[in-house]
Design a protein around this ligand. Structure first.
Ligand SMILES: Cc1cc2nc3c(=O)[nH]c(=O)nc-3n(C[C@H](O)[C@H](O)[C@H](O)COP(=O)(O)OP(=O)(O)OC[C@H]3O[C@@H](n4cnc5c(N)ncnc54)[C@H](O)[C@@H]3O)c2cc1C
Length: 381
C-alpha cells in the first residue's frame, strides 16, 4: 500500500489550498437552510463554479477539471480544512449528477448539468412520503400517462425535502405502473417546481432552520424527456443515487477529519486555560483516530472503485461509519465544553444536525439490515 500522493496530486492540493484560502468567506455565511443564507450560499457556489472548483471531478465540458477520485478527495480535504461553507447544491451535485452521468441521455446532461453545477438551478430529493420512508418501495404518488401531450401527469405528496422550500427543481420517484410488483412499477422523474399543479410548503425544523418542505403535486405535467432512465425502472435508477448518497460522495472524510482537528484544537485550548477534564483525553484521541480510520477506509473504497469495482451494498457500512462518527465527535466536544456548550453556537448546532445523520440517507437500522443480508449473507430471519 502506497499512501503517498504524486507530484501532480500535490500540485493540485497546493492550487486548491491557495484558492480556498483567498476566497472562503469570512466571517462564515449564515445557515444555507434559511432563505437569506441560501441566497448567500448560491453566490458562493457561483464563485466556485466560475473558477472551476464547483465540480472538480466532472469533465471540463460541464465546468469541471476532469479530476480523478483521488484529487476529488484532496479537494474535499482542503475545502473543509479551509472552513468552506456547506454545499447547498449538494443534492444536485452529489446525488442527481452521478445518476445523470450513468443513466441520463446526452440531451439531459447538456441541458441540466451546467446549470446544476453553477447553482442557477437547484435540486431537491423527492423520495420520502408521509407513509413511505424506510419502505421507499411503498410510495403512492402516481404518474399517469398523457399520450396526447407526450408525457406524464404526477399527483401526490413528497415530504422531508431538504431545502425544498428554496430549490427550483425536484428529482423523485412516482408509481407509473400500478399493477406491477412494488419495486417494478416506479419511474424516476425530473420536475420543475414552478410547473402548474405544484405547491411547495416549507416547514421549520427543531433547530430553527426553515428549508424543509412538503411538495404537493396535483396533475402536474412532465414531458417524456424528463424521465431519467427507463420507464418503470425507477427503483434501479434510485439505487444508483443511494449508492452515491450513502457511500462516497455525500460525506467525504475531509469533513470529519476537519471536525476532529477542531476537536483537538478545542482540547488544547481548554487544557491551556486549565478547563479540560482529563478524563476526556481518551475520548478526544478515540474520536480523532475514528476520523482517520474513516479516511483510510475511504482510500480503500476509492482504490476499489478505481480498479473498476463498484462499492455496492458496502456503501451501507460507510454510511453507518460517518453518521455515528459525526455524533461521537460532537458529543465529545460538548462534554469538553461542559455547561458552556449551551452558549457555543457551532458545536451545539453541529451536534443537533449530527443527530439526524443516522436517519437521513436511509436509517441506520435499515443499513444494518443491508449489511447483515447483503454484505455478510445472513438469513433475513
Ligand atoms: C435531516 C433529514 C433530511 C432529509 N432529507 C430528505 C430529502 O431531501 N428527501 C427525502 O425524500 N427524504 C429526506 N429525509 C427523509 C428520510 O429519508 C427519512 O426520514 C428516512 O428514510 C426514514 O423514514 P421515516 O422518517 O418515514 O421513518 P420510518 O421509515 O417510519 O422509520 C421509523 C423507525 O423505524 C425503523 N424501521 C423502519 N423499518 C425498519 C426495518 N425494516 N427494520 C428495522 N427498523 C426499521 C427506522 O429505522 C426508524 O427508526 C430526510 C430526513 C432527515 C432527518
Amino acid at each position: 500500500m502506497d499512501l503517498t500522493y504524486t507530484a501532480k496530486e500535490e500540485a493540485f492540493r497546493a492550487d486548491a489550498r491557495s484558492w480556498l484560502e483567498a476566497h472562503v468567506p469570512a466571517p462564515s455565511l449564515p445557515s444555507g437552510d434559511t432563505r437569506e443564507g441560501f441566497a448567500r450560499h448560491l453566490e458562493w457556489e457561483r464563485r466556485l463554479f466560475d473558477d472551476r472548483w464547483a465540480v472538480v471531478s466532472w469533465p471540463e465540458a460541464y465546468g469541471g477539471r476532469d479530476a480523478t477520485l483521488w484529487e476529488w478527495l484532496i479537494f474535499e480535504e482542503e475545502y473543509y480544512r479551509a472552513g468552506g461553507p456547506q454545499r447547498v447544491t449538494q443534492n444536485g451535485i452529489f446525488l442527481l449528477a452521478p445518476t445523470l452521468f450513468d443513466l441520463g441521455t446526452d440531451e439531459q446532461r447538456e441541458r441540466i448539468l451546467p446549470k446544476l453545477a453553477s447553482g442557477e438551478e437547484t435540486w431537491c430529493q423527492g423520495w420520502s412520503e408521509p407513509d413511505a420512508g424506510s419502505d421507499l418501495a411503498g410510495i403512492t404518488s402516481r404518474a399517469v400517462r398523457d399520450d396526447g401531450a407526450g408525457g406524464w401527469r404526477l399527483t401526490g405528496q413528497k415530504t422531508w425535502t431538504t431545502r425544498g422550500a428554496f430549490c427550483t427543481h425536484l428529482f423523485g420517484l412516482f408509481r407509473s405502473h400500478p399493477d406491477a410488483e412494488r419495486h417494478r412499477g416506479l419511474t424516476y422523474f425530473l420536475v420543475p417546481l414552478d410547473a402548474d399543479g405544484v405547491t411547495v410548503r416549507g416547514f421549520g425544523r427543531l433547530d430553527g432552520d426553515e428549508g424543509f418542505a412538503d411538495v404537493f403535486l396535483d396533475d402536474t405535467f412532465v414531458p417524456d424527456h424528463d424521465v431519467l432512465g427507463s420507464l418503470h425502472d425507477g427503483w434501479r435508477v434510485a439505487m444508483a443515487t443511494t449508492g452515491s448518497e450513502r457511500g462516497l460522495t455525500l460525506r467525504s472524510p475531509g469533513r470529519f477529519c476537519a471536525t476532529a482537528a477542531r476537536l483537538v484544537d478545542l482540547w488544547r485550548e481548554r487544557t491551556r486555560d486549565g478547563n479540560a477534564d482529563p478524563r476526556l483525553a481518551d475520548a478526544v484521541v478515540q474520536a480523532w483516530m475514528d476520523a482517520q480510520a474513516y479516511r483510510l477506509q475511504t482510500l480503500d473504497v476509492v482504490t476499489r472503485i478505481s480498479d473498476g469495482q463498484p462499492p455496492g451494498a458496502e456503501s451501507s457500512l460507510t454510511k453507518l461509519w460517518w453518521s455515528e462518527l459525526d455524533v461521537r465527535l460532537h458529543e465529545t466536544a460538548l462534554a469538553l465544553l461542559g455547561p458552556e456548550s449551551e452558549l457555543d453556537g457551532p458545536w451545539t448546532r453541529g451536534y443537533q444536525f449530527a443527530l439526524s445523520g443516522p436517519i437521513y440517507a436511509g436509517t441506520n437500522e435499515i443499513q444494518r439490515n443491508v449489511v447483515a443480508e447483503r454484505v455478510l449473507g445472513l438469513p433475513r430471519r
